[in-house]
Design a protein around this ligand. Structure first.
Ligand SMILES: Nc1ncnc2c1ncn2[C@@H]1O[C@H](COP(=O)(O)OP(=O)(O)OP(=O)(O)O)[C@@H](O)[C@H]1O
Length: 268
């Protein structure tokens, strides 16, 4: 099997700031300021060509942080991520520049990916067709609704025909027609054997689309395996979590934060 994404011992550390003064001190002091917080702790896994991997976990478990690292949007604090092939990330806030028009965003993104002028013109037509946002294509993105932004983001990401696709909740916005169109495109990519990472809070979507799943908890991998095994385990946990009282959920969340900060103490 050919490897497409190799993630080794990845950590992502943030500083927690209680005030803007602490944030300022963090910038000016040579060793920074604030309590360490690990959004990801020692993440390692390998994805192969054709893998469609669902990322599940409660709010704040690190799904977006991990997809942003795989998509090369943010760097890990330590560890390594090797991707073989062109990676494209689709998220609700999909890295569009708000000041530029939709058309300018398309051109900028294609230029950054190294496409030639002639290729860009061809891609531009296909992207505009797919996004189907009418005259808004020549309006600045700051005037778009969140649905329009995600349509444009999705259209750009799929039209450039990447080898590795990272989809972060993209299907949860937009109307039914566009939803169906994007779903068809995702299944087409799956059939072509591309590597896909898919983040969703909808277990129905994960079960329908993904063969494998990674369950993140406290920024760590709690389980990685076939979606058929991991998703029911996660659903069992979710059921217990939802059955907790507000106070118990609060204690659970505090425990999460304690573990994520505690990792720093453990290492130092
Ligand atoms: N730029 C940042 N600075 C500080 N903390 C951050 C930053 N980005 C994310 N975090 C923290 O890292 C943790 C993981 O966040 P992340 O967005 O990856 O989780 P998630 O699983 O995608 O959550 P959700 O399901 O709510 O989207 C959270 O506790 C979040 O508050």
């Amino acid at each position: 099997m050919s490897e497409t994404v190799v993630v080794k011992n990845v950590f992502k550390k943030y500083k927690m700031h209680k005030s803007s003064k602490e944030k300022f001190l963090d910038i000016v002091l040579p060793r920074g300021y604030g309590e360490d917080f690990y959004a990801l702790q020692d993440i390692s896994f390998t994805a192969n060509r054709g893998d469609v991997i669902g990322l599940v976990g409660v709010n704040g478990s690190g799904k977006s942080t991990l997809t942003n690292i795989i998509g090369n949007v943010i760097p890990p604090t330590s560890g390594s991520v090797k991707t073989i092939g062109q990676t494209s990330i689709i998220a609700i806030s999909s890295g569009l520049n708000n000041q530029l028009t939709g058309r300018e965003n398309i051109e900028l993104k294609c230029l950054m990916l190294g496409f030639k002028k002639r290729e860009i013109l061809e891609l531009e037509g296909n992207i505009i067709d797919f996004a189907d946002i009418g005259k808004f294509i020549d309006q600045p993105v700051k005037k778009y609704s969140s649905g329009m932004k995600s349509r444009l983001g999705f259209a750009i990401s799929v039209t450039i025909d990447p080898d590795i696709l990272v989809i972060d909740e993209a299907l949860s916005v937009g109307d039914q027609v566009f939803g169906q169109k994007s779903k068809n495109k995702m299944f087409e990519f799956k059939d072509k054997g591309k590597t896909i990472f898919f983040v969703s809070h909808s277990m129905g979507q994960i079960k329908e689309f993904c063969d494998k799943a990674i369950w993140l908890e406290y920024g760590e991998i709690k389980a990685f395996g076939s979606a058929k095994e991991v998703v029911p385990e996660y659903e069992k946990f979710l059921k217990q979590y939802k059955a907790m009282t507000k106070e118990e959920q609060q204690t659970f969340r505090e425990e999460v934060i304690r573990k994520q900060s505690g990792f720093a103490a453990l290492k130092e």
